[in-house]
Design a protein around this ligand. Structure first.
Ligand SMILES: Cc1ncc(COP(=O)(O)O)c(C=O)c1O
Length: 434
């Protein structure tokens, strides 16, 4: 406890004077708040008051983010190799996105719950997205997050088909709320929260015998067109096509989760464009909001309209499609297309692959700028990740592939930045493994 500003001492009121804070204000706001702010580090306060998701968080303290760089509390730049987990595709602090946000902030923030009034940023963004999508994906329901998109899509599938059976896959991730958790492909993360949704079946990804389980009782099958969190696992296109055909034959709806793979990440605007299939319901999130919180489930207008009757307001949200988030998302999409960022993805993927040759890298699995470097164990990977961070390259591992290092930088990363990131990674691998 600081001698200078000890709550138990008479000088406590005195020491707050430089901040122009009166004793009355301290009582109103809570003296512990001011005391904590001035005696504890950001790190201590983070660990004490910001709810934690793991026992050993990275605790990287961000002071600024710009382009492909995150700046720590000392102002030191770190190349961001994960882009907020595939969110910041157009770079941190993109001026075009920031201008759109500022403009919208001046016009209006929240005005009314989703769906009832016409909000221009929502209309413009939905129209721009529809222009990039096939004829059966023209109605966009905006949510606040990816997991809410998953929830909405599963409800929509049940509402349309009148069925309850849902099929998902091992090593899949669709979000953390209870419906999305029910279709998550891992007992480890589910067991503490059971009972979850009934009538959900988990099958093996990329296996043809799953086709036998899709039947006239199945409402939907939910899958990622590649499994990001499995360490970037890409299925056979023929398997995806066979699933599509079986869905058509049985009336089961195909939900494709592109929350992590869309917006150029894998080398096309949407990953399904490379797979020769079109889903009945498409899920978007992450980069959809240009750095702001936004998700969406997308289907045909007749299908989506079923959420508006019997019951009316079949799916509602207060903040979904917030005008500032839609304005930011639209600016992000416009920037992505205008700058032809997607055209450069394959070249950048190749450059990373060429530069990241090392005997300790057992395998590189990638699709565009979604890449995984596979090492022999979690322990090796974690040491390499920590060394990379200490050397100025920010990275992480995957939920279902803790032995693999994640590379998913902003798509704006330059050739020179790729070279210096790879230099750091190779140095880190040498330090850890040699
Ligand atoms: C494929 C996929 N689906 C769904 C989600 C959940 O999105 P959110 O964290 O916005 O709820 C994620 C998040 O990582 C994801 O990667």
């Amino acid at each position: 406890m600081s001698e200078l500003c000890d709550k138990s001492k008479d000088n406590y009121q005195e020491c707050c004077r430089p901040l122009q804070i009166t004793f009355r204000q301290i009582v109103i706001f809570g003296s512990d708040y001011f005391f904590s702010l001035h005696t504890m580090t950001q790190r201590q306060l983070f660990l004490q008051h910001v709810a934690q998701t793991s026992e050993a968080p990275l605790c990287f303290e961000v002071s600024k983010a710009e382009g492909v760089y995150l700046y720590d509390q000392h102002g030191r730049p770190h190349i961001d190799l994960i882009g907020g987990i595939s969110v910041c595709n157009t770079g941190h602090g993109n001026p075009f996105v920031k201008d759109a946000i500022k403009k919208q902030v001046d016009e209006y923030l929240h005005v009314m719950v989703y769906g009832e009034v016409i909000q221009s940023p929502q209309v413009k963004y939905a129209t721009a997205l529809a222009a990039q999508l096939p004829a059966n994906l023209q109605s966009i329901y905006f949510t606040n997050s990816g997991t809410e998109a998953t929830e909405g899509a599963m409800k929509l599938a049940k509402r349309i088909t009148g069925r309850s059976k849902i099929i998902s896959f091992t090593n899949s991730y669709h979000g953390s709320t209870q419906g999305a958790l029910s279709v998550m492909g891992s007992e480890y993360w589910q067991q503490a929260f059971r009972p979850l949704l009934p009538d959900v079946y988990q099958l093996e990804y990329n296996q043809y015998d799953v086709l036998n389980f899709i039947d006239e009782k199945t409402a939907c099958i939910i899958l990622e067109p590649l499994q990001s969190e499995a360490g970037v696992f890409t299925p056979d296109n023929n398997w995806l096509k066979a699933i599509r055909q079986k869905c058509d034959a049985t009336g089961c709806l195909l939900i494709l989760d592109e929350i992590q793979t869309a917006f150029g990440r894998t080398g096309s605007l949407f990953r399904f464009q490379q797979c020769d299939i079109v889903p009945d319901i498409l899920l978007l999130g992450k980069a959809l909001g240009g750095g702001m919180p936004l998700g969406a489930f997308i289907s045909s207008k007749p299908k989506m309209d079923t959420l508006s009757f019997n019951p009316v307001l079949g799916h509602i949200t207060t903040f979904g499609g917030h005008p500032v988030c839609c304005a930011a998302g639209l600016a992000g999409l416009e920037f992505l297309l205008k700058e032809n960022l997607i055209d450069e993805v394959q070249f950048k993927e190749q450059l990373f692959t060429e530069l990241l040759q090392h005997p300790s890298i057992l395998k590189i699995s990638s699709c565009g700028l979604l890449m995984a470097l596979h090492f022999d164990s979690y322990e090796t990977n974690k040491k390499i990740i920590d060394t990379c961070i200490s050397k100025g390259a920010f990275t992480d591992w995957f939920l279902f592939a803790s032995h693999a290092l994640r590379i998913a930088p902003p798509l704006t990363i330059s050739e020179a930045e790729i070279r210096s990131a790879c230099h750091i990674i190779i140095e880190a691998i040498n330090e850890v493994t040699c």
